[in-house]
Design a protein around this ligand. Structure first.
Ligand SMILES: Nc1ncnc2c1ncn2[C@@H]1O[C@H](COP(=O)(O)OP(=O)(O)OP(=O)(O)O)[C@@H](O)[C@H]1O
Ligand SMILES: [Mg+2]
Length: 498
């Protein structure tokens, strides 16, 4: 009862995404698949789920060779996938139930029979109950959070016969409790003899939930090991091709005068009362769990939403931020969390994206020389962040998920601002690239820039920041110096501890 993929090769213009890659797993276990951004994890699983038809190699299930040339072939073999790009797989103006039952819904219309709405809702409700997910089947998907959308996709995957379920970075948008809930679902599926393939850049969680781990590098298979017989350090070394260095750079400069001052800021909704300040040359961590209001606070500080009360001052002068362009004019840069939606133009090239946010462009001072300069800046950024792309002119939609994130970050690093706001900058980024991001963030502070670094990855907040504010339920509940706290304390405070 096994699934094997042997010598799978696939090419795209300018890239050999998979080079005789191998993978095998079996029912009833969770199998971790790891590798750096662009290693080929998503592509390998897309081959298995019928998204790409031009691969070569052999796939067998229970010893029989199978051909997978369409998503339907894959589904007929009991292979289901929840893609990394959650939004693209859902129809926002349909309800939760309709989205869960989408495949049957489509099958139904094929047969030109009427859609049985009642059955659709009853079945969807049953599946949600089985999964222990609290969601109304009648809610529109457009009103859901990312975590809820993820659950809808998992519900859809298990709504039909499912022997293998592939989850491509399912926990990236989830909070601790949502992750725990997902793990319960995965454990139940294992008991039902489903084989789960689990892609994630959060290695500790893979060691919690998986039995086997396969490492990929540059489109190739590197090792497969049983989780109890290996370690995080070992698999990271295999995935990078070298041991991981110390993650956080040491800082030499000390923060100067207060640059940004925020007092009792509120948006009348998620942000209730935020008072903080950031000095020139200082990195401020905003530690908070998913849902604490970090994203809303960042958007408020960037003028993407408007404040209800409170004041914001830069260099002692009160300012009003009505729109993001006000913020850009005040030399504030913002790397948003939902990067595919808000951070990058996926239908544009890497170089266009990397130069789009630069202050020059905003001020519309176009000239040939500037363009050349920006192109070379873009090239520097591709190197500094290790963006894996065949050329600078490749469309961003053809990059791997993590490399798209790096483009979104690079885009704002290229622009010359005074205050940088990062919302979950390392989400979906591999451990090697995380280090590159930390280096760049730290270099900003060394150059005298002010940085706000909001993240639920508490160890990273501690590692990169000078000072930390804990955000809980829209309020700053504690201010700490990074050197005098630890991850446990930050977790305690972030979950509402006093
Ligand atoms: N449709 C496509 N067109 C062109 N190139 C592609 C396409 N899909 C993937 N690639 C390339 O194939 C390589 C592997 O990408 P893949 O998405 O499988 O990486 P990944 O391991 O899932 O990375 P991540 O951790 O960033 O999600 C990358 O270099 C990517 O740019
Ligand atoms: Mg991927």
């Amino acid at each position: 009862m096994t699934l094997t993929m042997t010598d799978i090769t696939i090419e795209f213009p300018g890239v050999k995404a998979l080079d005789r890659a191998c993978f095998n797993t079996r029912p009833g276990i969770a199998h971790a698949l790891i590798g750096a951004n662009g290693a080929g994890k998503s592509t390998l699983m897309k081959v298995l789920s019928g998204a790409y038809t031009h691969y070569t190699g052999r796939i067998t299930i229970n010893g029989n060779e199978v051909t997978i040339r369409s998503p339907k072939d894959a589904r007929n073999l009991g292979i289901q996938i929840v893609y990394q790009e959650v939004d693209t797989a859902l129809i926002p103006y349909l309800t939760v139930a309709e989205n869960i039952m989408l495949n049957e819904f489509v099958a139904n219309t094929d047969k030109k029979t009427l859609v049985d709405w009642k059955t659709i809702h009853t079945k969807a409700k049953d599946i949600l109950r089985d999964l222990n997910v609290q969601l109304s089947s009648r809610t529109l998907v457009s009103d859901l959070t990312l975590a809820e959308k993820q659950m809808v996709l998992i519900a859809r995957a298990v709504s039909t016969d499912c022997s293998y379920l592939i989850l491509d970075e399912p926990t990236a948008p989830l909070s601790f409790s949502e992750t725990e809930q997902l793990f319960r679902v995965v454990n139940d599926l294992k008991k039902k003899q489903v084989g789960v393939v689990f892609i994630s850049h959060r290695l500790p969680e893979l060691f919690d939930i998986c039995e086997q781990i396969t490492v990929m590098r540059n489109g190739e298979f590197v090792i497969q090991e049983a989780i109890p017989d290996t370690s995080i350090a070992r698999v990271v070394e295999q995935m990078l091709g070298e041991p991981l260095e110390e993650q956080f750079p040491s800082r030499t400069s000390t923060p100067k005068d207060v640059r940004l001052q925020v007092e009792h800021l509120a948006d009348g909704d998620k942000v209730k009362d935020v008072t903080l300040n950031v000095r020139a040359g200082e990195i401020i961590g905003i530690a908070g769990l998913v849902g604490a209001g970090k994203t809303e606070l960042c958007k408020l500080l960037f003028g993407a939403t408007s404040k209800k009360s409170g004041r914001v001052a830069i260099d002692g002068k009160e300012i009003t931020l009505k729109t993001p362009s006000d913020a850009v004019r005040r030399r504030i840069a913002f790397v948003p969390e939902e990067r595919r939606k808000e951070g990058v133009l996926v239908e544009e090239s890497v170089v266009t994206n990397l130069t789009a946010a630069s202050v020059n462009n905003f001020l519309k001072v176009f000239s040939f020389l500037d363009f050349k300069k920006e192109r070379s800046k873009a090239g520097e950024m591709i190197n500094a962040l290790g963006i894996k792309t065949p050329t600078a002119d490749t469309l961003v939609q053809n990059l791997s998920g993590g490399n798209q994130q790096k483009v979104a970050i690079g885009k704002w690093l290229v622009s010359d601002a005074d205050i940088y706001i990062f919302d979950e900058p390392t989400k979906g980024v591999d451990v090697g690239a995380k280090k590159d991001i930390f280096d760049l963030v730290s270099a900003l502070a060394e150059k005298g820039k002010s940085v706000i670094y909001a993240s639920c990855e508490l160890a990273e907040v501690k590692g990169i920041s000078d000072r930390i504010y804990v955000l809980y339920d829209g309020q700053i509940t504690k201010e700490l110096s990074a050197s005098s706290t630890n991850e446990e304390e930050l977790l305690y405070l972030s979950t509402g501890g006093k």
